[in-house]
Design a protein around this ligand. Structure first.
Ligand code: OFO
Length: 161
């Protein structure tokens, strides 16, 4: 059984994952509206991935006897100045999510809930990948400038899931 303190932290994490999912979906439609089909496709795939994280966490909590409480999802921003701004914003969001996950792992250790510690450590690893992914795309956008946008749009459009 998960303590009520951890249940609260996990429910907040589920909310953050769903907010990220909405943010990336909004970014996807913003990009699509501007004609960037590849970037939009990539962002939509990532929105789906965040939703999958939320459901994985909710399934885990249910399995451990905890109660999932879906909360209000705040509105997400709807406009950015450039493709680079979109990816810089999403990179910052990933860094914020990483900090939240780290706190859950810390709580789990303090409460000697090693199953929850193990489960969330997989997300610690996942966040390392995600931060690198978003930061890497932002770096490429900076390096290639406007002349590289079409090429990168095509490349990111190849994402499978
Ligand atoms: Fe849920 O992995 Fe990014 O935030």
């Amino acid at each position: 059984m998960i303590t009520s303190k951890l249940q609260k932290a996990i429910n907040d994490q589920i909310t953050a994952e769903l907010w990220s999912s909405n943010l990336y979906l909004q970014m996807s439609y913003f990009l699509k509206h501007q004609g960037w089909e590849g970037f939009a496709h990539w962002m939509k795939c990532h929105s789906d991935e965040e939703r999958e994280h939320a459901t994985r966490m909710a399934d885990y909590m249910t399995e451990r006897g905890g109660q999932v409480k879906l909360q209000n999802i705040n509105l997400v921003p709807e406009g950015w100045g450039s493709v680079l701004e979109v990816f810089e914003h999403s990179y910052k969001q990933e860094c914020m999510v990483s900090k939240m996950i780290d706190k859950i792992v810390l709580h789990a250790i303090e409460e000697q809930d090693f199953a929850t510690e193990n489960f969330f450590r997989t997300f610690v690893d996942e966040q390392v990948e995600e931060e690198a992914l978003f930061c890497g795309i932002a770096d490429k956008l900076k390096l290639s400038g406007d002349s590289g946008l079409l090429f990168l749009d095509k490349e990111l459009g190849k994402r499978k899931e």
